[in-house]
Design a protein around this ligand. Structure first.
Ligand SMILES: [Zn+2]
Length: 253
């Protein structure tokens, strides 16, 4: 069993072949996926899709790209979905100072809202972080009783320490397969065995052999194989380990 800890399989990019795409995932061994909401509408879609398919687990959150516009309008829905027993995590939330599609102070406010909500409902958070590294650790440290996952870790090993110290899991994506990304592969070797998980971030960030194409959960086997090779374990062993970690992180059934 392989667990994709971050996939947006409700996006309309999958409307043409969603059932076939989910079947390909199962055939590849990807039998569980965390279906991550990015605003109120998409979080509802995640719940609706998960209700129809065993092995899909929905989350509720507002992406930092959208929070300037949606923090006010979508907050109540996110709070309602967060309390639903089917909801396995709060997010994705985070800070993106690379694209900066929302003002930085609004992103920080939104991140704090999600952390507070995670604390109240006692669920993990899913964190998106781009070019926001010292600031991110400071804000997460404000709520030490909340933990979660640093999704799509794209940095090297040097930035890991504050997140590992706060109890966060580290998730590796197709980025780890890209030829130039030695630093990211070094991070994949450095994360402790009880904190590592893998994801596609589908439809984004397809691994090397599909780079530039739409990504889908079946492609997770390629990312898993690279991480396994880097850590000197078999693919099966890493699949078991990362699935066990995902079970603990998200309290999956
Ligand atoms: Zn995402």
């Amino acid at each position: 069993m392989i667990t994709d800890t971050h996939a947006h399989v409700f996006y309309d990019k999958f409307d043409v072949d969603r059932e076939a795409m989910l079947a390909r995932a199962r055939e590849s061994g990807v039998t569980r996926m965390v279906v991550v909401g990015t605003d109120a509408t998409s979080s509802r879609q995640a719940f609706e899709l998960a209700a129809k398919h065993p092995g899909l687990y929905p989350t509720a959150g507002i992406h930092p790209h959208d929070c300037a516009e949606k923090l006010a309008t979508d907050r109540a829905t996110i709070e309602e979905l967060a309390r639903d027993p089917r909801c396995v995590a709060i997010g994705e939330t985070g800070l993106d100072f690379f694209r900066s599609l929302s003002p930085h102070d609004v992103q920080v406010e939104s991140l704090r809202f999600h952390l507070e909500l995670a604390h109240r409902v006692r669920k993990p958070v899913i964190i998106h972080c781009r070019d926001a590294h010292p600031r991110m650790a400071e804000v997460l440290a404000e709520r030490r009783d909340v933990t979660g996952v640093m999704h799509c870790w794209s940095m090297g090993p040097d930035e890991l320490a504050p997140y590992l110290d706060l109890g966060y899991y580290i998730s590796f994506s197709g980025v780890v397969t890209y030829p130039k990304n030695d630093a990211n592969r070094a991070a994949a070797r450095a994360v402790p065995s009880d904190r590592i998980v893998v994801e596609t971030d589908a439809p984004y960030l397809a691994p090397k052999s599909h780079r530039g194409e739409r990504n889908e959960p079946a492609f997770l086997t390629e990312t898993l194989a690279v991480v396994a090779r880097e850590r000197g374990v078999s693919n099966d062993e890493l699949a078991r380990l990362t699935s066990a970690n995902a079970t603990r992180l998200f309290s999956l059934a």
